[in-house]
Ligand binder design. Structure first.
Ligand SMILES: *Cc1c(COP(=O)(O)O)cnc(C)c1O
Length: 284
């Protein structure tokens, strides 16, 4: 029987009892995180825990466990499921209460669930590059919260799939924000650009690490927004996230950039990989 995490305990999946009155069902009222595990080690887990707290605080959910306690239960879950390479998903909903938009009684306890999934690094696509399509960003204006209300992101990803693409690149009034579940970067004249971490994007842990690692190597990385025209005139494009790492984009709609990923994209890809390899004994 698959082991999962439920309010700090490791239990059999079938033993979890979540009410249909849980606000995750009624309203998508909750927040989540996805942590990558490489060779049995959690990558950038502290950053994910901090963001889980920030997301919860922004919507007024008071987490019962401290960040290091949640982290400890994720490690326990990883062990219980024998996860070596994959992801740990954890979500917290506001809890169970008869359906009513306003927050429930203060005594209502948030419900935390977590599960693991085996996943390989998408090495082939990371090497060859992928396609993306530009769509309008129709999401709400609190994209900095990693909310489980993901209908906008779901529709965005479905558009990518229907267009035969890996990801949708969203824009608001012509300004590129982010992908459906990734952050978007372009390279132009040797400088790397990505949307600033404000309410219009989710500030990816991978995004933050790429910026740090790249700047340490002396790359010019600017948190400056760019337009869809600038995207189409860029030298290189890539998207980034926990499961896709640095994923080169070699085509956006009809615009083909090159036959293979660009040099700065590949440089950042290998910097991130070296960072991962420091904690895990993996080979590319
Ligand atoms: C999770 C997510 C990302 C990527 O964040 P990582 O922490 O790097 O995985 C980007 N955009 C959205 C909308 C996301 O939900």
């Amino acid at each position: 029987m698959e082991k999962v995490l439920w309010n700090g305990k490791i239990v059999n999946k079938d033993d979890v009892r979540i009410s249909i009155d849980d606000r995750a069902f009624h309203f998508g009222d909750g927040v989540y995180e996805v942590v990558r595990v490489y060779d049995g080690e959690l990558y950038l887990a502290e950053g994910h825990m901090k963001r889980l707290y920030d997301s919860a605080r922004k919507i007024g959910i008071q987490l019962e466990l401290a960040p290091d306690e949640i982290l400890a239960s994720l490690v326990e879950l990883k062990e219980a499921t024998d996860l070596i390479d994959g992801t740990i998903y954890v979500q917290v909903s506001r809890g169970e209460w008869p359906r009513n938009h306003a927050f429930p009684d203060k005594a209502v306890v948030p419900q935390m669930v977590g599960f693991t999934k085996e996943a390989k690094r998408p090495l082939e696509q990371m090497k060859s590059g992928v396609k993306a399509t530009i769509i309008e960003d129709t999401r709400w204006l609190h994209c900095d919260i990693k909310s489980i209300s993901l209908l906008g992101n779901v529709l965005a990803k479905q558009k990518a799939v229907e267009a035969g693409c890996f990801e949708s690149i969203q824009h608001r009034n012509g300004v590129v924000t982010e992908g459906s579940s990734t952050n978007v970067f372009i390279v132009k004249g040797g400088t790397v650009y990505t949307h600033p971490a404000d309410h219009l994007i989710l500030n990816g842990i991978t995004r933050q690490r790429i910026i740090e690692l790249g700047r340490q190597e002396g790359l010019d990385i600017q948190e400056v927004a760019f337009t869809t025209d600038e995207l189409l005139q860029a030298d290189e494009v890539f998207v980034a996230g926990t499961t896709v790492e640095v994923m080169p984009v070699i085509q956006v709609d009809d615009k083909k950039y090159s036959d293979q990923p660009g040099p700065i994209t590949l440089k950042l890809q290998s910097l991130l990989f070296e960072d991962i390899a420091k904690l895990a004994s993996i080979k590319s």
